[in-house]
Design a protein around this ligand. Structure first.
Ligand SMILES: Nc1ncnc2c1ncn2[C@@H]1O[C@H](COP(=O)(O)OP(=O)(O)OP(=O)(O)O)[C@@H](O)[C@H]1O
Ligand SMILES: O=P(O)(O)OC[C@H]1O[C@H](OP(=O)(O)OP(=O)(O)O)[C@H](O)[C@@H]1O
Ligand SMILES: [Mg+2]
Length: 289
């Protein structure tokens, strides 16, 4: 941590643009931190929380955190591995999920061994060189900065290794993915490998975890006849235990429980079929569990 005036500020790296930038900023705002006024601002001083944010190129974040210059960073696992910087994962943030894969022109039944002697374009050379050497394949790895999918049609490469999200970019350029997935990635909060987790680091991690969990759950409220309560509680066991409150009608209870967002509609159907009334789902903004 650096000494900014008399305060010890936690120094946090955030992607300044690209696929992870918007969600990272949204999540930090939801966790109560100050955001950028202008999309070109490189730093934000959040005095209320004793945090200084540094808005950096996604590829550089693991390097700053791994070297110990910054305490925490938000980055994709693939970028962190490719950087070779020593960082460790603190928290999966629930966005930026992708697979890193080999791809080549459609119309051929590609095998990884076909890459032997070929020109292979990528923006993640370390991931690729490591994977090829594990397999004993020698290829001419061409390092590009982005838009790697175009390199084959422009004649610079025979095949590529790149990030696949929806797969749309590969299809647009008539490429097919092949071979084992080189790595699966997602956005993570990271710290330097072996760094002691300080109280300010733990606090920021807990706040972001509150937002991640809040996005994964919804709050269900419903009215339930007392005679059906035990059955209903099996459908909504809650995280610890559901809240049960009396209603003015003594034959009924009000129940409140968190349920996984993905299962919410199915659970609401089951409760309604059971005889519950006024089944309401609401968003949770943040939580500490
Ligand atoms: N379409 C996508 N779907 C999901 N995750 C993605 C997608 N594209 C990139 N990512 C993830 O985002 C991170 C890379 O971000 P991005 O491509 O914006 O960085 P960059 O290529 O270093 O920056 P730039 O594109 O500005 O040069 C990686 O962790 C990658 O897995
Ligand atoms: O499978 P899809 O959903 O189509 O997404 C994959 C594309 O998204 C990323 O590109 P980005 O927008 O970061 O541009 P870049 O290639 O210049 O980095 C990635 O490098 C792929 O090109
Ligand atoms: Mg990119």
């Amino acid at each position: 941590m650096s000494d900014n005036g008399s305060k010890q500020m936690l120094r946090v790296a955030v992607p300044n643009k690209g696929a992870l930038a918007e969600k990272s900023a949204e999540m930090l705002a939801e966790a109560g931190y100050r955001g950028r006024h202008e999309s070109r601002d490189l730093t934000v001083l959040d005095n209320a929380n004793d945090v200084e944010f540094f808005f950096l190129r996604p590829k550089d974040i693991a390097i700053y955190v791994g070297s110990g210059e910054l305490d925490l960073g938000i980055t994709g696992l693939d970028l962190a591995w490719d950087s070779g910087a020593g960082v460790e994962e603190l928290l999966a943030l629930g966005f930026g999920a992708s697979k890193f894969r080999y791809a080549g022109p459609a119309g051929r039944d590609w095998k990884i061994e076909d890459l032997q002697g070929m020109r292979l374009a990528t923006a993640y050379p370390r991931l690729v060189v490591d994977d090829l050497s594990r397999r004993g394949i020698e290829a001419d790895v061409i390092r590009l900065d982005g838009a790697v999918e175009i390199s084959v049609q422009l004649g610079v490469a025979d095949a590529i290794a790149d990030v696949v999200g929806s797969g749309r970019t590969l299809r647009q350029h008539n490429l097919v993915a092949f071979g084992d997935v080189i790595c699966e990635s997602e956005a993570y909060l990271v710290k330097r490998e072996g760094a002691v987790q300080t109280a300010p680091m733990a606090q920021l991690t807990a706040r972001l975890k509150g937002v991640v969990l809040a996005q994964q759950y919804v709050m269900l409220d419903y009215d339930c006849p007392k005679s059906l309560l035990q059955q209903a509680l099996k459908v909504t066991p809650g995280l610890e235990s559901p809240t049960i409150a009396p209603l003015a009608d003594e034959n009924w209870n009000a129940v409140r429980a968190m349920v996984p967002r993905k299962e919410a509609n199915q659970i609401m159907d089951e409760l309604a079929a059971l005889g519950a009334k006024a089944v309401l789902a609401s968003d949770i903004r943040s939580c500490r569990l």
